[in-house]
Write a protein that binds this ligand. Sequence first.
Ligand code: EPZ
Length: 418
Amino acid sequence: MEKIVIEGGTRLEGEVRVSGAKNAVLPIMAACILNEGVNTFTNVPDLSDVRTMIKLLKILGAEVEYENEKLKIDSTNIDNWEAPYDLVKTMRASVLVLGPLTARFRKSRVSLPGGCAIGERPIDQHIKGLEILGAKTKLEEGYVETSAKVLKGGVIPFDVSTVTGTENIMLSASISEGETVLLNAACEPEVVDLANVLIKMGAKIEGAGTDIITIEGVKKLNPIKDYEIMPDRIEAGTLMIAASLNESDLTIKNCKFEHLGNLAGKLIQAGVEIKRDNGSIRVKGSKEITSTDISTLPYPGFPTDMQAQMMTLMCLCQGMSIITENIFPQRFMHTSELRRMGADIKIVGNSAVVRGVREISGAPIMASDLRASASLVLAGLAAKGKTEVLRVYHLDRGYEQLDKKLEAVGAKIWREEY
Ligand code: EPZ
């Protein structure tokens, strides 16, 4: 197993490039199930979650090639509609094949994703949407099975704003008969990227990016060529936090400022200097970072995927901040590790009360989930002395060589086997 070792306290300076978005490419890969042909994509990040989705598509019968951020998916011979537990248990996003398989084969058998370190991960809204489209569903032996004579459009009122729930139903409704209207749909940019791909494949979709999405079903979709995956706004946000530490100064390239408004606003409020440039953001930390309160919300609110990283910054600022997690109330696995470094954090319900300290010290710490591991790497950058982040396979699920990118702008960071 690998760990990341960091000698903290170094000021970062220079340019760093953001990779393609994990949470955009995963549903887009699932969308290829809806057509029968060769689909090609660029700016595809080399992440373990992408490799897991490649494995799953190959199990379903697709031919997939991936090299140098270029991905080719030939969906012509997909003939299997079952997603096995041993694969789904490693990546919840595998549930994104449920809708497309049901739409293509009128049946599917997909393992339930189960919980994870950030808490309960139900899929009741996904199932509700498919049932409204006419699918029969059954939960058996940890699998959800769907079957449908035909999928007909309908009105789907989501009880909660769910990103993959919205994506799953948008995928299946694209080739269902008639009109489907999603109410309380997720507005995340990754939903918009998926809709852009589906529209280029021939789907008729309006309203993506708003909470009401209308889909007019079409008979078939065509393969897509050379689609460029959008930049990863959460990686960009993570790098913005890195630039806020140790009075660093980073120019973050290949990112969309419009996807980061809420985070940028909070960082500016805390005293971080942020300048937007077309396609990049310049971020300069300062000595006087002050506390600010955070409350995670669906897009365009403060992203839950940035909560752990922001907490690391708040641990080192002047004053007290209250960080409230409204999406995944248990998403605080990182706090116990930050405390071991000397952070002052108290959990009260679904909030963390963080009192800034002058310094945290390096320590051996344990990653528990993707964004927690990012927050621990950031803590190591700021800590006095040496930090070892264990179980970095969590980090590699969603960041393409983050340690190498940080090393290139001055961080003393490397990997070791243990
Ligand atoms: C997506 O997960 C992202 N993953 C997550 O990113 C992200 O944290 C999350 O959206 C919220 O933004 C991908 O896109 C692959 P949800 P998803 O359905 O779709 C409840 C990362 O670090 N809910 O939007 O699984 C759920 O419990 C990952 O990159 C139901 O109750 O999240 C949660 O409280 C972590 N029933 C809320 O909705 C359902 O059927 C939002 O969950 C579905 C969800």
